[in-house]
Design a protein around this ligand. Sequence first.
Ligand code: HEC
Length: 245
Amino acid sequence: MAMACSFGEIDGTDGFNDVDPVTNTPTPAVTDPGAPVVTPGGGSTNNPVTNPGAPAPVGQGFDADDPFQSTILGQQVKGIIEQNCAQCHANGAKSGDMDYITDFESLVKNGKIVPGVKEDSQLYARMVQNSMPPAFQRDQRPTFQQIDQVGQWIDELPGLASDECEPVALMTSDEQIQAMAEDTAKLDVEDQPFTRYLTVSYSSNAGACGRELDRQRYALMKGINSVSTETSIGNPQPIDKNNLI
Ligand code: HEC
């Protein structure tokens, strides 16, 4: 698995170079930075709508199935994205191989939005980490309130059916120790004293499965690698059938 650093995955072919046409164009100067930012979707940062979940008024070419159009919040989010992201990620601009930032279906299909889970949605995660727009983009960045709006909108989207998962069978401490003992017995004698076992069973035993459990596994992998003195990224190998230890 490739390892994401705080700047995300940058490869040689799709790094910052392909932004050049955009960054070379001077961004229009903000004349009054204190003025409320009006988003095309209606509403402004200083004047949030009272009921953002309300259905949007029906206009021309309105698509009730497009979450970017069907609620006022969705329209505001689309405005935020158009204002802060589209110049690099839509209309032919394809930084990070993503030229579909205003196309809801493509965002979901490519895993940039996970409906109902903002933490797993790259679109939100990169904004909240302040790594998108890239740091050099100073004049045009979303406000904290706008980032919150994007998160709220993603959390309120109905989740995907594929997110449902079967609970994993409870694993008692005895069963875990047994599995570790059996695994140790299979190792070279010299390796035995140096092998360590970590589990995510605390999470599966509490009812987590599917995506939630994967998040725990990922956190474990990241935690281990961040305290490792090795030069390469290692991935812990599971020893049990449910990949808990
Ligand atoms: C000035 C150009 C620019 C702007 C503006 C910009 N991005 Fe990016 N974006 C990039 C570049 C370059 C990459 C690839 C490098 C990286 O991943 O850091 C990227 C990558 C990404 C990725 C990762 C794609 C992947 O590989 O999964 C996401 C998600 C993303 N941007 C979201 C956003 C969002 C959301 C905004 C607006 C809030 C935004 N970007 C604004 C240039 C930009």
